[in-house]
Design a protein around this ligand. Structure first.
Ligand code: A2P
Length: 329
């Protein structure tokens, strides 16, 4: 099995290498690529050193799977070139997510959207992955009419640029390459991505579109994205309107039995998910589960996950794992 990681020097690319090693995927040959400026540099995998090559060179090596986290422009340009050579591309960027015929996959939910013919597979946005991990089993049981989601997203969602900005500002300085239009230290910025004509941002639009593409649903989604001065881990407040009456204890049972979800919910012990609880974990943490008595069949919860792991690298590696087990056999 030949596996390539494209964008291997980045925050997510490095985590992909770590998760590939942890999960012990059968990697016979590892190929690492990044932008021109990184060619010849070294990176580690399972205690061995690997030299970064150009993406063009990586294409010629015809890997079985190429996992991308190199930004949307690189994905748009290079993913089809890999696919032409028979490589399966797992792409972490937003480049391919909306395209018809390109599966957008959270393996626990819709791995079966992947077929031998789908050579480009999109990895969803980090905020969407943790949201649908909790919503999908509840939608299957009760049906969901509408959700209102507000996010509290960490700066690691903006890559090294975001981490650097918060770090500089915390130390009294200023980043010379800031990720955000305002100071993030001691601040909250209700703005993710770019503003669209309807007033939503591109990050909000991703939550609205991707939730339904993954779940094959027609749920009304209202989303507000905010960036908070937290290094890692995205949090979300979610208000759900079910199509039918539900039982709170049954919801707890369903989520407790959902692989990849951990229920952390005991108000008597001040137990609820926080970014620090989720740090470097692969699971999605759910808590603050309660009725919303302001509407019929209303339900509130809070969900937290490590956005670099399940929100990006872990989900992509799980898609690769599925390809190895079900498609490439
Ligand atoms: P490089 O380090 O050579 O710039 P992050 O989101 O953490 O900044 O990481 C982005 C990743 O994508 C890095 O590995 C970066 O490589 C890589 N990258 C950016 N642009 C390209 C490109 N045009 N071709 C290949 N890799 C790219």
């Amino acid at each position: 099995m030949k596996i390539a990681v494209i964008g291997a020097t980045g925050l997510v690319g490095q985590k992909m290498l770590q998760v590939l090693a942890e999960r012990n995927l059968p990697v016979d040959e590892l190929i690492v690529a990044a932008s021109e400026r990184s060619i010849g540099k070294k990176t580690q995998f399972k205690g061995k050193e690997y030299t970064l090559i150009s993406v063009e060179e990586a294409i010629e090596k015809r890997p079985d799977i190429a996992i991308f986290s190199a930004g949307a422009d690189a994905s748009l340009k290079y993913a089809p070139l890999f696919a032409e050579k028979g490589t399966y591309v797992v792409d972490n960027s937003s480049a391919w997510r909306k395209k018809e015929g390109i599966p957008l996959v959270v393996p626990e939910i819709n791995a079966s959207d992947i077929t031998v013919d789908t050579h480009i597979i999109a990895n969803p946005n980090c905020s969407t992955i943790q949201l649908v991990m909790a919503l999908a089993p509840l939608h299957r049981r009760y049906g969901i009419r509408r959700i209102v989601v507000s996010t509290y997203q960490s700066v690691s969602g903006s890559g090294l640029k975001g981490l650097n900005q918060l770090h500089c500002e915390q130390n009294g300085g200023k980043s010379n390459n800031p990720a955000y239009p305002h100071q993030i230290h001691e601040n909250i910025i209700p703005h993710g991505g770019n503003f669209l004509d309807d007033g939503n941002t591109t990050e909000e639009e991703k939550l609205i579109f991707e939730t339904n593409k993954i779940m094959h649903s027609k749920i009304a989604v209202s989303a507000t994205v905010a960036r908070v001065p937290v290094y890692g881990g995205h949090s979300e407040s979610v208000n759900v309107e079910f199509l039918q009456p539900y039982d709170l204890q049954e919801i707890r049972n369903i989520l407790e039995n959902t692989p990849g979800v951990i229920v952390a919910d005991d108000p008597s012990k001040n137990l609820y998910p926080t970014p620090i609880m989720a740090y470097d974990k692969d699971e999605v943490f759910v808590g603050r589960m309660r009725r919303d008595n302001s509407i019929e069949n209303g339900f509130n919860f809070w969900v937290v996950s490590d956005n670099i792991r399940k929100g990006a690298a872990t989900n992509a590696v799980e898609i690769a794992q599925y390809l190895i087990q079900k498609i490439l056999i």
